[in-house]
Design a protein. Sequence first.
Length: 495
Amino acid sequence: MSARAVRIRLIGTCALALGIAACGAFGPERAPPPMASPGHYAAKDQPLEMPAADDDSAAQRLGAGAPPVPEWWKEYGSDVLDALVDEGLKNSPSLAAAQSTLKAARQGLRAQIGQSLWPSVDVGFSPSRQRALAIPTLPQQTFLYNVFAAEVKTSYTFDFFGAALLADRALARQVQQQDYQLESVRRALAANIVVATINAASLQEQVAATEELVALGERRAQQTTARYELGSASLDEALAVQEDAASAAATLPALRAQALAVRHAQAVLLGRTPDRAPEPLPLNALHLPGTVPLSIASDLLHQRPDILAAEAGVRAAADEAGAAAAAMFPSLTLSASYGRGGFDWSTFSSPAGAIWSVGASLTQPLFHGGALVARKHQYEATYSAAVSQYRQTVLAAFQNVADTLVSLEEDANALAQSERAANAARDLDRDAESRYHLGASPEYAALTARQQYQSANVQYVRARAARLADAAALFVSMGNPREDAGTAATATAGQ
């Protein structure tokens, strides 16, 4: 190896070492601020076992300290639901848009790294024919000539203070942030599909129960009117029954519209047009997950994509502030070119046509009207905002888990009482039906009991759907396992 090549390699190695060392010297702290970890999420400690109050007759448990479940929707035990989620993750336009945006950001990072960390090499060939002015003392005022030139040019800026390296690292952190945001979109899409499927199943059963409730009300109103005409019922009783029947019928149109709206939304989540919405599942086809993981607060910081995205934002803002500070120091650019040129082909191809140049440019910013200082303060303020946003994201995540746990517990209690009421109303309906067939009570008494049962059944269906949706919310709030959460960051950093 020649002495010149050794000197060039030594200069490059020193410049890279200085740039890496400068990364830690400029800018604020890269690590996110420490956050206090609560002993338990909610204002009061939550039980780890929920009451058993559904057809599965199994108490749902919270797995304290258990890792999150990546494909948590499979815990509902429905192959149809699994297929719907897979279809949505494959065909959703919103998820595809987020994936393309991330791909564009990665390519932008590659472009910036290629421009800043590697020398530029360009090849040019420029033949031309020109008519130019001659020397004034010559009789010929103008003359024609040809120019042939071909050059290879290269230049490289040594990043002694790490300005370019910090800018590249800031952009890499921003790409990493988009990667985590993509994961948030993916998990939210899966959750929305699951909740829409639950709601579609629930509303289908509510519509069916309400339709029967309306039919029972109309029959009861007709019988009460007939009794009034026969003198065995008062006018007030007949009018009250008519009002009840009309009120029940008035709830049906809105309920049907809501059921169709949920199905339309579900179709769009799957990437379908609304007219191709899937048929609602029976609610009993969705089984309540037996165990839902509940991570400790300190682990949650490394599992939720929204928190990891906010952390990446803090690191990106710190590197941007460091790059703005490093840009106030000197930079050295070396350039060289080699080629051939001449006014004719014979000169161009002969040894006399060789042309070359070597140069160096050392630049120290002195006065830019305060722009460099203002840019440094700008990114420092951006860093402060990113730190505050990180704190808010963590607090909001803790609140999300706390609210979900409270809803899970209270909805489990509500489901237990709704099931109790539905069972009692069903027994009352059977007793009233038996008494009617035995001639011990009139038919309107059996109709009244059947109405009470359908009303209780509607409440039970709503409560069961709420509990199924709460389980989905808790699965999503736990994020991804730590090893999976770090995979996206590692892949992005290696781009």
